[in-house]
Design a protein around this ligand. Structure first.
Ligand SMILES: *Cc1c(COP(=O)(O)O)cnc(C)c1O
Length: 354
């Protein structure tokens, strides 16, 4: 266990000293029959009322489901809010830095730039595995955050657990493991280590396996002290009533999620076989997520051909280590069939007619 890490010492001074905004619902959150404290319109129930700023009920539910304590959980307007708040709470603009392992999700770098935080980029190995030594060697006294994404977007592989633990134990800063795709993974993930690793932050989301990208609900699991700082800095009512309601509704039928994951796994395996059989496909990378990274000799041409057929995939061909690659999300069986048919047609089209 990394006992060196003192969270309060990693927090920016202005955030440590912050007296947060106290909303009406913060100051009184019990049950009463008449609420005249928040200047709400008394009509148009239930949406006339502000939502619970602490989201206690949903947090209890999610924490219970994940085997975590409520104190370890922060809910954000998507994982993106969690990522942004981590920068704002921990990193002094132009002074502190973050280490980002490339190629990965673009938001870490963008968020760093928006907040005027320097970031250092470490490249994965050619086989997309993580080199913990290289990550650790980029860390200095001003490093506050390291971002690891496992399973990683866009490479679709999970990192070695021991490699991530080596980083956690070697550094004196927060290590964020973004587990947006963990529900599709055969790995158990890092969540169970949150209670014992003080500098571990695990991000999860309802946007992928739960099928709720539209409601914008992300989870941050971390030490209670860090969670408290995130909660003090967030907008008071960051999760709106409609999102809370939709999350509860979906969680009442957890079997749906499992059913979707099973179907997506099955479809992913079928897609791998179909893509592998195409002459112009050079490599389909093994996936631990709900998408495939596919290397081919002519990605832009394939991209345009698919687009003409109304099928949009993600061009990753200019991303370091992903040269020649498209990223393809696993769709419904019907969508995947159409994709495969289009790719077969592409393979049959003489070069001059493409
Ligand atoms: C899709 C994705 C997310 C989800 O972000 P939300 O803001 O929760 O929708 C987070 N991290 C990665 C790496 C992703 O690919």
């Amino acid at each position: 266990m990394n006992s060196k890490v003192e969270i309060s010492q990693l927090i920016r001074d202005n955030i440590r000293d912050l007296v947060p905004y106290s909303s009406a619902r913060n100051e009184y959150s019990g049950s009463a029959s008449i609420f005249l404290d928040a200047n709400e319109n008394p009509y148009n129930n239930p949406f006339n009322r502000y939502p619970d700023p602490g989201q206690l009920e949903l947090k209890r539910h999610i924490a219970g489901m994940k085997g975590q304590q409520v104190e370890n959980l922060f809910l954000g307007n998507g994982s993106d809010e969690g990522i942004d708040l981590l920068f704002r709470v921990l990193c002094e603009p132009r002074e502190d830095n973050a280490v980002i392992v490339d190629p990965t999700y673009g938001m870490y770098g963008v968020c760093a730039m928006i907040n005027d935080i320097k970031h250092r980029r470490v490249l994965l190995n050619k086989d997309f595995s993580l080199d913990p030594g290289r990550v650790i060697s980029e860390v200095d006294n001003c490093t506050k955050l390291i971002f690891l994404c496992s399973p990683n977007n866009p490479t679709s592989n999970s990192y070695d657990r021991e490699a991530m633990i080596r980083i956690l134990d070697a550094v004196n800063c927060m290590v964020v493991v973004d587990e947006a795709y963990i529900d599709f993974s055969k790995e158990e993930g890092m969540l169970s280590l949150v209670p014992e690793k003080k500098n571990l932050v695990v991000l999860q989301t309802l946007s992928k396996a739960w099928g709720l990208a539209g409601i914008r609900l992300g989870m941050v699991f971390a030490h209670p002290e860090l969670i408290t700082y995130l909660s003090r800095v967030k907008y008071p009512y960051n999760i709106n009533s409609l999102s809370l309601e939709a999350a509860f509704k979906q969680m009442r039928i957890p079997g749906k999620k499992k059913e979707w994951i099973d179907t997506i796994h099955r479809e992913r395996d079928r897609l791998v076989i179909a893509l592998d059989s195409l002459a112009f496909v050079e490599k389909v990378y093994p996936s631990d997520a709900n998408f495939l990274l596919v290397r081919m000799n002519n990605p832009l041409e394939v991209y345009s051909f698919l687009k003409e057929r109304g099928i949009i995939v993600r061009d990753r061909s200019t991303v370091p280590l992903c040269e020649g690659c498209l990223r393809i999300t696993v769709g419904t069986p019907g969508e995947n069939r159409k994709l495969c048919n289009a790719l077969i047609d592409y393979g049959k089209t003489p070069k001059t007619d493409r």
